[in-house]
Design a protein around this ligand. Structure first.
Ligand SMILES: [Fe+2]
Length: 241
């Protein structure tokens, strides 16, 4: 596969205004690009929720959503910025004695920020249905949408500990993949673009569902913003393998 150009990468991870819109990352986060150009060590910002905190009731309760966004997601943004600042400091000092721990933290907090941004964007109080090229790809690969939902739900339900169920597009094989990511950064397939992500950390559901993770996963399927997933897919499949 061709190495992704910087422009393609920016478009996919949403580090520019156009890219942000392309994968559902709020345009507000395009401030990251300007800050990076200015040499700031605080390039990432917490996007606003794209709906009211009680908009996903009764499937996701307002208290859980508030804490999840304002505390947990915000924490990953802070952790990412703090890690980048430490890496910048290490670079200036020429002291890379802590580089292993810092890069581990970068992967954790960076992936945490990206995944949470996608998660909140791929939910919507007025759920939609898969359409267009995404619908065709789902039918071609899984037979029917319900089969994909079953596999994705099983992957999410069976994550060992904290993690994510993910539908991704892998450009080299030009195929959809269901992934099971542990924490935020383990068990990824390099280059695969996340399209739909289901957070199964306990902080995403425990207040309402306690230990009933499967009930939460089943409930959240009622508020999936498939239009958004289809839009991400349309962008991702332009990458040439
Ligand atoms: Fe989370």
């Amino acid at each position: 596969m061709d190495i992704l150009s910087r422009r393609e990468w920016i478009r996919l991870v949403g580090a520019s205004a156009a890219g942000a819109a392309a994968v559902g990352l709020p345009v507000k986060d395009s401030a990251a690009t300007a800050n990076r150009r200015a040499g700031s060590v605080e390039p990432y910002t917490l996007p606003d929720l794209p709906y009211a905190v009680d908009a996903l009731e009764p499937y996701l309760d307002a208290r859980t959503l508030t804490i999840h966004h304002d505390k947990h997601h915000a924490g990953y943004v802070r952790g990412l910025n703090a890690t980048l600042a430490k890496l910048e400091d290490a670079q200036k000092k020429g002291d890379f004695s802590a580089v292993q721990a810092l890069l581990r933290a970068l992967a954790f907090h960076g992936s945490g920020h990206v995944l949470h941004t996608l998660y909140f964007a791929n939910l919507h109080p007025k759920p939609t249905k898969p359409r267009g090229a995404l619908l065709a790809a789902l039918k071609a690969q899984f037979g029917k949408v319900e089969a994909l939902v079953s596999q994705l739900s099983a992957a999410a339900n069976k994550v060992a500990g904290s993690g994510w169920g993910v539908l991704a597009y892998e450009p080299l094989g030009r195929r959809l993949l269901v992934l099971q990511i542990e924490k935020h950064e383990n068990q990824v397939v390099c280059g695969a673009v996340p399209l739909l992500v289901i957070d199964v950390w306990e902080h995403a559901y425990y207040l309402k569902y306690q230990n009933r993770r499967a009930d939460y996963v089943s409930a959240i399927m009622n508020v999936i913003h498939w239009e958004e997933v289809a839009r991400r897919f349309d962008r991702a499949r332009r990458i040439r393998g």
